[in-house]
Write a protein that binds this ligand. Structure first.
Ligand SMILES: *Cc1c(COP(=O)(O)O)cnc(C)c1O
Length: 496
C-alpha cells in the first residue's frame, strides 16, 4: 500500500505496454520506403551528419500502435462525458478542425505581406466584429492567447488608462471570493493589489462589503458573471454602478459566456473590458497544453489601449486588392503575443460561430442552462446543494455524505471507473468539498440520466463500502496518484 502511494505514476502492472518509442526500436527495422533515387548520387556533407541521432528504428505498425495506445490513455471529450465546471468541455465539432486544416490557412506564414493574406485578415476582422457584437463592445483584440492573459492585458490597459488621467493612486483591484485563481494572480502581475470581497448568503457579491471598499484607491473590479457558483449576479446593476461611482472600471471575466451568449451583452450592461475564452465558449479544443485564445473586448473609452495588431477594413485603393490591414490602436499597450495570437483557434471559432449563427449560439446557451438545471434538480437529492437557486450553465454540490468519511476527491476518482471525467473538485473555495458540475449543451438527456444513476450508485457505495471509494479509481490505466508528491517532485522527462 505505502509502496504504491509513493509511486507517483502508480501504473497498474501489466495493464499496458509501458515501453517508450525508443525502447521499441530494433536495429534495422524500418517504417517507410524511399522512392528510387532519380538524381545522380553524391556524397552527403559529413558535417551535417551526426553519428548518434538515436532515432528509433520501428515499423509503421509499431508507430501506429504506440501512438494510438498513448491517445487512449488520455480522457477526452471525444471519449466520454466531461462535466468539468468552469471549463465548458463541450464537444468541438469536427468541421472546425477540418476548417483549420484547410491548406489556404495552413500554407500561410505570419511574415507574408498583408496583400497576400487578405483571406486570413478578413477572417480575423469578422471574428473581431462578431465578438464585439456578442459581448457588446466597441472593439476587440485577438492578441491574448488565454483567458488569464486576457485578464493581464486588461489590467495593464487599466493602468495605462489611469496613468493618462493622472489617477495613479488607484492601486487596488476588487475580487469576489468566488473568483478564479487567475484573477488575483493577474492583478498581482499587473502591479495592483488584490482586495477580496466576500459573497453574501445567496452566493452573490456582498453589496455592503463592496460599497465599503469602493473609493478613489480602486482601479476596478473583476467580476465573473455568472459567477463560479453558476449563479447570475442578481444585483449586477448595483455592483457596476458602485464601481463606476467611485471612478473604477469593471472587468468581466468572460469564461462563463456559455451561459449568456446571444442572450445578454456584458458591454451593454456596463462592463468595460472582458475576455472571451474561445476554447471554452466557441467550440475549440483546450486542456492538455493545447493552444488557447482569450480575445479581449473593450468599451469605447478603452479601445485605444488594446494590444495590437488588430485588423481594420481599408478603402481598398492600394491597387493590389487590399481590403484589410493590420494596425496598432493609438494608445496601445503593445503586443501580448508574437505575431497574431492563436490563428488556428480563430479559424475554428470562426467556423463555429458561422455554423451556428446568432440563433444557434443563443440556443446553445439556453440548452447549456437547461441541462445544468436538469442535473441540479436531480442531483440535489443525492448530494447537498449549498445554494437553492436556479443556476445558469453550471452548479456546485458538496461532495460529502451523512455518516460517511467519503470526500469529494473520492467521489471524483470513483467517477473515472464509470468512464466519466470528474467535475471540478475543491473549487470554488467558498464551498466545502465543492464539486462543480457543468454538463454543457452538447450532452443528451440519456448521458445526463446515466450520470445521475452513476452518482446514485456512488452515494450508495459511500454508505456500504467507503474503502472502495477511498482506493478509486480501479479501472483506469493509472491508479490513485499521490498528488502532493507529484506536485512537489515534478518529473518532466522520461528518463530521470
Ligand atoms: C478558465 C477560466 C479562466 C482562465 O482562462 P484560461 O483560458 O484557462 O487562462 C479565468 N476565469 C474563469 C472563471 C475560468 O473558468
Amino acid at each position: 500500500m505505502s509502496d504504491q502511494n509513493n509511486d507517483v505514476s502508480n501504473t497498474r502492472a501489466g495493464a499496458v505496454d509501458e515501453r517508450t518509442i525508443y525502447e521499441l526500436s530494433i536495429p534495422g527495422r524500418r517504417g517507410c520506403e524511399m522512392p528510387p533515387c532519380d538524381v545522380p548520387e553524391t556524397e552527403f556533407p559529413q558535417a551535417l551528419l551526426r553519428d548518434e541521432s538515436g532515432l528509433p528504428e520501428v515499423s509503421e505498425l509499431d508507430v501506429v500502435r504506440h501512438f494510438v495506445r498513448l491517445s487512449q490513455r488520455n480522457f477526452g471529450v471525444d471519449t466520454g462525458f466531461y462535466p468539468l465546471g468552469s471549463c465548458t468541455m463541450k464537444y468541438n465539432p469536427k468541421i472546425c478542425e477540418a476548417s483549420a486544416r484547410l491548406e489556404g490557412f495552413t500554407g500561410t506564414h505570419p511574415l507574408q505581406p498583408e496583400h497576400t493574406v487578405q483571406g486570413n485578415l478578413e477572417l480575423m476582422f469578422k471574428l473581431q466584429q462578431w465578438l464585439q457584437e456578442i459581448g457588446g463592445f466597441a472593439a476587440v483584440s485577438l492578441q491574448p492567447t488565454a483567458g488569464a492573459q486576457g485578464e493581464l492585458t486588461a489590467l495593464l490597459m487599466m493602468r495605462a488608462y489611469f496613468r493618462d488621467r493622472g489617477e495613479t493612486g488607484r492601486t487596488q483591484v476588487l475580487i469576489p471570493d468566488s473568483a478564479h485563481g487567475t484573477n488575483p494572480a493577474s492583478t498581482t502581475m499587473a502591479g495592483f493589489e488584490a482586495l477580496e470581497i466576500p459573497s453574501d448568503e445567496h452566493g452573490n457579491v456582498d453589496l455592503a462589503a463592496l460599497r465599503a471598499a469602493c473609493d478613489d484607491s480602486v482601479a476596478g473590479l473583476m467580476l465573473t458573471n455568472p459567477n463560479t457558483l453558476g449563479l447570475f449576479e442578481a444585483q449586477l446593476e448595483e455592483v457596476i454602478a458602485c464601481v463606476h461611482g467611485c471612478g473604477g472600471l469593471v472587468y468581466g471575466d468572460g469564461a462563463n459566456m456559455n451561459a449568456l451568449t446571444g442572450i445578454a451583452c456584458p458591454g451593454a450592461l456596463g462592463v468595460d473590458l472582458m475576455h472571451f475564452n474561445l476554447h471554452k465558449t466557441f467550440g475549440t479544443p483546450h486542456g492538455g497544453g493545447g493552444p488557447g485564445s482569450g480575445p479581449l473586448g473593450a468599451s469605447a473609452a478603452l479601445a485605444d489601449y488594446l494590444p495590437g495588431p488588430v485588423v481594420q477594413r481599408v478603402a481598398g485603393d492600394e491597387g493590389d486588392g487590399t481590403s484589410y490591414a493590420l494596425f496598432s490602436p493609438a494608445r496601445s499597450i503593445g503586443r501580448m503575443s508574437t505575431y497574431f495570437g492563436s490563428f488556428g483557434v480563430f479559424v475554428r471559432a470562426y467556423a463555429y460561430i458561422l455554423h451556428h449563427g446568432a440563433e444557434g449560439l443563443r440556443a446553445n446557451a439556453e440548452h447549456a442552462v437547461l441541462n445544468a438545471n436538469y442535473l441540479r434538480s436531480r442531483l440535489r437529492d443525492v448530494l447537498p446543494l449549498p445554494f437553492e437557486r436556479t443556476c445558469m450553465h453550471e452548479f456546485v454540490l458538496e461532495g460529502r455524505i451523512e455518516g460517511s468519511d467519503v470526500r469529494a476527491l473520492d467521489i471524483s476518482k470513483r467517477l473515472l471507473d464509470f468512464g466519466i471525467h470528474p467535475p471540478i473538485t475543491y473549487f470554488p473555495l467558498i464551498v466545502p468539498e465543492a464539486l462543480m458540475i457543468e454538463p454543457t449543451e452538447t450532452e443528451s438527456k440519456q448521458t445526463l440520466d446515466n450520470f445521475v444513476e452513476v452518482m446514485e450508485v456512488i452515494a450508495r457505495e459511500a454508505g456500504n463500502n467507503p474503502e472502495l471509494l477511498h482506493a478509486a479509481p480501479h479501472n483506469t490505466v493509472v491508479g490513485r496518484l499521490d498528488e502532493v508528491r507529484a506536485a512537489r517532485q515534478l518529473k518532466l522527462s522520461e528518463s530521470s
